[in-house]
Design a protein around this ligand. Structure first.
Ligand SMILES: C[S@@+](CC[C@H](N)C(=O)[O-])C[C@H]1O[C@@H](n2cnc3c(N)ncnc32)[C@H](O)[C@@H]1O
Length: 176
């Protein structure tokens, strides 16, 4: 069963896309979110630093021709993509794989900094504070957002109130 927080993230994405949208999946992993997007938008850019993740995503999306796969860190998104309507991040590690390879607060903040120069579209992050790096990442993201004065929404699962439960952070530069 899909994590409830992912269903909430997908609902929020639905409110912000249409069939002509271009969306970046900054952490494609096993390709579940890429598939959700590819079924609904014109073009998806799927980034990951792991070859295994890119292959998994390509395999899951073999019937789709509206996905560009990029084996590179999301820090470099703007080297490949200039026109986009939104960027999504599902942070953490690739489920069923090496847990040592996971998103990191330094690279995540660098990417947010890059995207903040562009100020385009929506940004959605699913954050997992239940493991140490995820917790550090969650604090780093909140303090970065506050420093930048960005108005953002936090969405939590009301039935999972533990402080380590995953949650969503969302903002849209188009509606500032
Ligand atoms: C939680 S998984 C993503 C799950 C995926 N969205 C799905 O639907 O299956 C996080 C992914 O982020 C990737 N990752 C870690 N650091 C990255 C970076 N700097 N740039 C791009 N991807 C990164 C990991 O390799 C991992 O596959």
């Amino acid at each position: 069963m899909k994590e409830n927080i992912i269903l909430k993230a997908h609902d929020l994405i639905l409110e912000n896309i249409n069939k002509d949208s271009i969306v970046v999946d900054a952490t494609c992993g096993n390709g579940h979110d890429t598939l959700f997007l590819a079924e609904r938008v014109k073009l998806v850019y799927a980034f990951d630093i792991q070859e295994e993740a890119i292959h998994q995503t390509q395999n899951r999306l073999k019937d789709f021709n509206n996905v560009k796969y990029i084996l590179d860190s999301h820090e470099n998104i703007l080297n490949y993509v200039t026109d986009y309507d939104g960027v999504i991040f599902n942070l953490g590690y690739l489920p069923g794989s090496d847990k040592l390879i996971k998103t990191n607060h330094r690279t995540t903040i660098k990417t947010l900094e890059n995207l903040n120069q562009n100020k385009k579209g929506f940004i959605l992050l699913v954050i997992y504070p239940g493991h140490l790096e995820g917790f550090i990442e969650s604090v780093a993201i909140t303090s970065w957002l506050d420093k930048k004065n960005i108005k953002y929404r936090v969405i939590r699962n009301p039935y999972k109130t533990e402080k380590e439960s995953p949650y969503i952070v969302f903002w849209n530069y188009n509606s500032f």
